[in-house]
Design a protein around this ligand. Sequence first.
Ligand SMILES: Cc1cc2nc3c(=O)[nH]c(=O)nc-3n(C[C@H](O)[C@H](O)[C@H](O)COP(=O)(O)OP(=O)(O)OC[C@H]3O[C@@H](n4cnc5c(N)ncnc54)[C@H](O)[C@@H]3O)c2cc1C
Length: 603
Amino acid sequence: MDQFKNYIYNILLEPSIKSELEYFVQEFEKNPTAYDFLVDNPQGVQENYKEGYIGLSQRYAKAQQMLKKKFPGNTHLIQFQHQLYELGTFYLNWQAFLPTIQMLGTPEQVKHWQDLTFNYQIRGAYAQTEVGHGSDVQGLQTTAVFENNSFIINTPKASAFKFWPGQLGIFATHSVLQARTTVNGKDIGIQTFVVPIREPKTLKALEGVDVGDIGPKLGFLRADNGYLGLKNVRIDRNNMLMRYTKVDESGQVTTSSKNAIKYGYGSMLNLRVGLVNVFSIFGLFTNNLAYYQVKPLLKTQSIENEAIIFRLLRSYVVQYAQIIANAQVKEMFTRFQNQLKANDKQVNETLQLVHLYSSQMKSIAGWEAVKTSREAMQIAPFGHLNASDLTIIYADNVPFVTYEGDNNVLMQQTAQYLLKQFGKVSGGNAQFTGMASYFNKYTQENNQKASFQNLEEVLERLSYSFCKKTVENFQNNLINGHSIQTSWNELNQCELIKASVLFGYTNIYKQMGAQIKSSGYSLELLKIHKLFGLFLILENRTTIISFGIADFKQVEILAEIDQQFSGNNKLEFLDYLANGVGMYRQRNFINIDWDKLNLKARL
Ligand SMILES: Cc1cc2nc3c(=O)[nH]c(=O)nc-3n(C[C@H](O)[C@H](O)[C@H](O)COP(=O)(O)OP(=O)(O)OC[C@H]3O[C@@H](n4cnc5c(N)ncnc54)[C@H](O)[C@@H]3O)c2cc1C
């Protein structure tokens, strides 16, 4: 069993983080009480936030020092710890504020802000969304105007107030902030700035800054989501992040090539790739909670258990499929970085792949985490009671579908890609390429019946047929005189998103297969892969039949999940899957007994 846990552990953790964690575990086991300083109590901190904030910063600084001694240079553990076991109070400091600076700042700017952040002298938020603008970044209304070697930042109207950013409510001393920027009367687009907003020692808002908490919300109890309005706030010219667009003292603007800008934003996709794992782990936590709570009843057969086992099984299989497939996307991201360094011509193609895979997988993993936790609340005997822990984690999972790119908006990028691919091929001379290249196998065939020995083929045909039909419907609307805008927004949007989702699930199945192939087969991994394929087929059976890919009987026989198990070994397999990660409260995923870290302080 531990083999599976190790497999998942190795997939999830970067080697550098792994060695830090292992060191931490070793030291902790020698002397558990020495690490009490790591325990934070964010709710307590929020009640008495000034003292709490300072105490917390000191504790984290101490932990960081301990790790620095052993691992000179920057350490990831504290950063990672938040990501791993909860959406902690300072999650965005590490996962959005600092990475944005690292990606968009010049080397000098990165050093400056990174040192301050790592030394806990400042703590940052990421303020993009405004009351009136979320997905539509180009519509942002916060303004930055260049004047006397500075920028003057303003919130010109109520709809331009920054709204939602985590840590803005109480803790952030600074924020990265996007604003429409004007230099010497010329609009130079949306730029990103580091804006001081509170005095670090007292946390008092600076002059011209209207900042506070947005109030009670669903989930994210430990996060102080906030609002921010700015009135004539003057910041130094150097607070604009200038890796790609530079403004000099005289207001001269120089912009890197379009490609350089594209690669810069491409580097930020790493965050999205990381989120797929976070969402999947949270999905697994909820499933484990439900499974362990209902397990005693399943064992005694005191309830009708078939449907429960089936739902738990599906959730486990989907979440692991995402994690395993995502390892391939992580590798693609590393390839992108290496190609960028080596000036390799393939870099554009790799970036497009990372972009599409990560946006599909972020969306699917977000939807699946919500679905899994909703199911888990129904399955666990007291799932709707706060004491079950499920209500809390469910509430945390719900916004996964909205932040870091609304799922329905992200999925339309795949829809655009599919339209382009089919458009290219309809001319007759070109072939499908990139992630759609498997479509080439099916273009010439009249008989769409799949070989049922091969689940990948069934899914590929399903994906191809559905995407093709959707694109044809879109093109027919254009032929019938509708504009692109009407066809997209009013006539075909739902189907385009649906086709993209199906394409996305098929990609996860394929990438999971590729990862298992590259990292060594095991019977259990192959079984999870097969079950994932079967669940997808089962859920799309009417579409499969309507496209003539298989008839009703074939699909029914194929999708008989029970055939994969004999006797009672479905329960054994659930145990096996549950063991891949730990529990939410115990947070034993990384083999640390978090309860010994005085977790009572958190409850
Ligand atoms: C818990 C939480 C934490 C957050 N943290 C941060 C943070 O730290 N920093 C930050 O800047 N923001 C943060 N946000 C904001 C989040 O990023 C935005 O809510 C998100 O980008 C969506 O924007 P919006 O709310 O304005 O919705 P909109 O973009 O207006 O979308 C509303 C609805 O319209 C649909 N829609 C929008 N555009 C299209 C389109 N072109 N086609 C079809 N449908 C469309 C969407 O699918 C959605 O259903 C957070 C949000 C939440 C819930």
